[in-house]
Design a protein around this ligand. Structure first.
Ligand code: AMP
Length: 222
């Protein structure tokens, strides 16, 4: 994949639990470019315990989207920061058609070309199993799974040696069902949108992290 001389600009999209965050973190480590997860930004805001934070928390816990205005404001400020100068990986944004349209405008204003929107495809049955079993290291954020990816030593993070782990509150059956409904209704329409723009690439995300990673690398010419 050719670059525009301004670094790589990639969007990972797909249903919740498809592996967007995992692939984005992998690419960040490989290329040293910024990983922008709107979900993580919102969780950080929610943890502040402010009035806005508690409003965001209520939406996240229910599996509902925050407003386009709020998320667009957050992303447009974030991509102005220095660490985004050599490119960035968007994970969880855009999640609606208005967000997709604004992203296109934001990038055009900065003379940036979107290298690829990578849709990671995983069927719903697999998604539920993946989400309900996943957890992460409190210290470094490394992701694990009860069944598919356990730490080498029980209770100890492979990456940083941390011993505290957490599960996301929105990773429960009811909320995941709502997140899937929202994905179909609000996010899925962005797929044909990006297809028409000629930037959409699809990968089968049912294999291992490494197998999906190889497909992503091939798409990006890495
Ligand atoms: P994620 O970590 O990407 O699964 O996002 C977690 C939650 O954050 C989602 O279920 C939404 O409630 C919210 N969220 C993340 N990104 C967006 C976005 N671009 N637009 C609206 N809500 C979002």
């Amino acid at each position: 994949m050719s670059k525009d001389g301004m670094g790589l600009h990639v969007v990972f999209t797909g249903a919740p639990g498809c592996g967007k965050g995992t692939q984005a973190r992998r690419l960040k480590e490989k290329l040293g470019i910024c990983h922008l997860s709107t979900g993580e930004m919102l969780r950080a805001e929610a943890a502040k315990g402010t009035k806005l934070g508690s409003e965001i928390k209520a939406l996240l816990d229910a599996g509902s989207f925050v407003t386009d205005e709020m998320i667009i404001d957050m992303v447009s400020k974030r991509i102005e920061e220095d660490d985004c100068k050599n490119g960035f990986i968007l994970d969880g944004f855009p999640r609606t058609l208005p967000q997709a349209e604004i992203l296109e405008k934001m990038l055009a204003d900065k003379g940036i070309k979107l290298d690829a929107v990578i849709e990671i495809q995983v069927p719903d049955e697999i998604i539920m199993e993946r989400i309900l079993g996943r957890y992460a290291c409190m210290t470094c954020g490394e992701g694990y799974h009860d069944k598919f990816h356990k730490p080498k030593v029980y209770g100890v993070c492979d990456k940083c040696g941390g011993t505290d782990f957490y599960r996301r509150i929105d990773d429960n059956r009811t909320t995941v069902q709502n997140r899937l409904v929202n994905y179909r209704a609000l996010t899925y329409p962005t797929i044909p949108y990006f297809e028409k723009k000629g930037v959409l690439r699809c990968v089968d995300g049912t294999g291992t992290i490494e197998a999906t990673g190889k497909k992503v690398d091939a798409i990006l010419g890495l």
